[in-house]
Design a protein around this ligand. Sequence first.
Ligand code: FES
Length: 569
Amino acid sequence: MSTGLKKGLTAYGDPEFSLFLRKAFIRAMGYSDEALARPIIGITNTGSDYNACHGTAPQVIEAVKRGVLGAGGLPMVFPTISLHESFAHPTSMYLRNLMAMETEEMMRAQPMDAVVAIGGCDKTIPAQLMAIASVDLPAIVVPVGPMLTTTHDSERLGACTDCRRLWAQYRAGTIDAAAIGAVTGRLAPTAGTCMVMGTASTIAAVTETLGLTLPGGAAIPAVHGERYRQAEISGMRAVTLARENHKASRFLTPAAFRNALRVLQCLGGSTNAVVHLAAVARRCGLELDLDAFDALGEDTPVLVNLKPAGEHYMEHLYEAGGIPVLLREIRDLLDLDTLNVSGQTLREIVDGAIEAKGQKAIRKRNEPIYAKGGLRVLRGNLAPDGALIKESAATPRLLTHTGRAVVFESVEDIVNRLDDPALDITADDVIVLRNAGPKGHPGMPEAGYVPIPKKLAQAGVKDMVRISDARMSGTAFGTIVLHVTPEAAVGGPLALVHTGDRIALDVRNRRIDLLVDEATLAARRAKLKPYAVPEETRGYARLLLETIEQADRGCDFAFMAPHRMKGRI
Ligand code: FES
């Protein structure tokens, strides 16, 4: 097997010439023969002026390079796409698969014996994991780490749970423009990813559980020295993985995915992580069984006391001892023989976990936040292929609720009509948003957190049942049914709902049903137009619309799965 510079030579029809030319050009960068003979460790650069979450990427890269050099490797930094949640139109999820493809192809095209993927903002690590799973190189993921918090008016704030909460207060008229303006300077006080248990924190935690991030790596704040020390060690470990050719598939086993899904339940983590894990698992040839995921939640308590389900922030999870302490708390529910890129088994990691005295971020098994997992999979005539609800972020009295549907045709329809004082809606109604799924609104935007209509918010309504084929930010909260599959745009039952129909949500029995007789539904179904990609669609948008899978399959492009699937998790 070729290694180092000899890997993946450019196809000139003469391998020796290809290597000669490669050496000639790399010498222009000043490398010696001694340096070029070392294992090459690729390091992704996802730093960008558009990405505040990755603001420390240059320092993390320097730390990884130190580690690689110290261990006798040759670090080679290469740029990849960088995605920030607030700077990606129409939504970062629209570009996740592009980042996954681009990262995969750059890892394949350029010679590297291992890769260190530095990511963090919501879609970046999922895209990198998808790429790593497909390329199957030795790989380590280094999260950039979460932001620190600060306060406003003596109140501790966290992005972006408090972004949404305070914006809801502004909409309701309980805080004014000056207050909301002041808050914008306090919500994200340092570089790093959102510091609540949103998508970025959830993905970092499940990546650590999968074994691709060093123990404790998910929670170290972005601006702490320990973040850089761990990045340096990651660089060293990458050289060892390269020398021993320990590929990602050694770590990304069905047992590791089950552990990660278990931890996702235990975190009360982001619903987005289910889509991302489904996509990564499919890249490994494994189908995610949504019902098995739901069943994992039955004996997995929510133990992480972080917003939005709990009270604290990632810095507190770090101070508590991080993910290893959480894993120790549920050790009997995990497969402890799985491996970590540190060279340890999960058993060794949990045995070595150090818990801070008196910490409050990770609950004990006998005093959980919720006795059962935070994420529920619903089925019913409205979601034959499944839907998700984050029970731990919902209003308990609304978990069993029957109400009148008020239908919005699209995200734009929400924008245009939701706050109309003449809108016929009450707090007991069920807001239905459709055509916001993977094909309906390319990228499946995080529009599932439909705001409470202004007139109801001003009357004090804090939560309503909301149902959509969209996603929701991991930092959001409410009684919100998401990822209804199949989506409305491809003829899913959500397309059949009329305003005035009754919808029954029964989370305890995992049901979401449209209370309309089958004959009426059949008549409505017959009038639906089959899905067609709009004629004028070109480029990446066409690729996405023609090939994107539904949410239960991770919204990856259908052709990115391996030729043969191996099983289910
Ligand atoms: Fe980047 Fe929240 S916006 S992690």
